[in-house]
Design a protein around this ligand. Sequence first.
Ligand SMILES: NC(=O)C1=CN([C@@H]2O[C@H](COP(=O)(O)OP(=O)(O)OC[C@H]3O[C@@H](n4cnc5c(N)ncnc54)[C@H](OP(=O)(O)O)[C@@H]3O)[C@@H](O)[C@H]2O)C=CC1
Ligand SMILES: O=C(O)C1=N[C@H](C(=O)O)C[C@H](O)C1
Length: 234
Amino acid sequence: MGRLFLRLIEEDAAYELHAGLSSRDDLEDVVGADLVVDVTVPAVSPGIVEKAVRAGIPVLVGTSGWSEPRLADLRRVVAEVDGPGVLVVPNFSVGSVLATAFATMAARFYESVEIVETHHPGKVDSPSGTAIRTAELIAEARRDLGPVRAPHVDQRARGQQVASVPVHSLRLPGIEARQEVIFGGTGETLSLVHDTTSQAAYEQGIRVSLAAVTTVTGVVVGLDKLLPLGAPGA
Ligand SMILES: NC(=O)C1=CN([C@@H]2O[C@H](COP(=O)(O)OP(=O)(O)OC[C@H]3O[C@@H](n4cnc5c(N)ncnc54)[C@H](OP(=O)(O)O)[C@@H]3O)[C@@H](O)[C@H]2O)C=CC1
Ligand SMILES: O=C(O)C1=N[C@H](C(=O)O)C[C@H](O)C1
């Protein structure tokens, strides 16, 4: 992802690279930048984002692992500093954002839903950030209806519950990223599947996010906030 960002920044005359950092670099090097992009690992992402926010720099976060408790901590830091905004984008793919929006729309019609996410074996975190966000949005859409029905979740093979939704993570060669949200109803199931077949799927969302991040105030989560979802002809 870091390399993809570097290429897109290089290709766009609106941007100039201040520094491209890895785990071996000093985080102080972000000071002086107009914008920080964080695409690292969940374990270090909060520290990087807080450092940038406290240095007065807007941040675009693509790293996974930003569940609601983490976002709540970040909102506190951003409010305390009263400075730049942070845009957290769990998935830069437009198709993935649409699939999550469709799942959120379906959430109130079904009591049972489970998520199966499959990624390449190099992915260190599970469940995926997209699955966490999807589960949280489904739960939020059902707030007055209560948790989803998920029997026997005390058994490990029933997955990890995120906001009451069981999530199952697969790591397999031959796959970039895939998510299936399966709703179970009376005499029917509804499956919403999104496949990312190459990182090219992230390019449009990255460009939109880069253009928007310096105008964001507070903590904004999701590419859906930047896209005209639901607008006729969108
Ligand atoms: N939002 C989205 O649409 C997408 C998000 N992602 C997420 O983006 C993140 C990165 O994914 P990906 O590029 O595939 O992962 P990689 O493992 O290929 O890259 C991780 C990067 O983080 C760097 N890093 C690790 N630790 C530190 C540290 N302490 N300080 C600074 N940099 C560090 C690594 O540097 P080094 O090389 O030195 O180890 C490396 O450059 C993941 O969380 C992934 O889930 C991925 C795809 C799409
Ligand atoms: O690590 C990945 O590859 C991806 N990570 C993000 C996630 O955790 O949801 C986005 C996408 O699924 C690819």
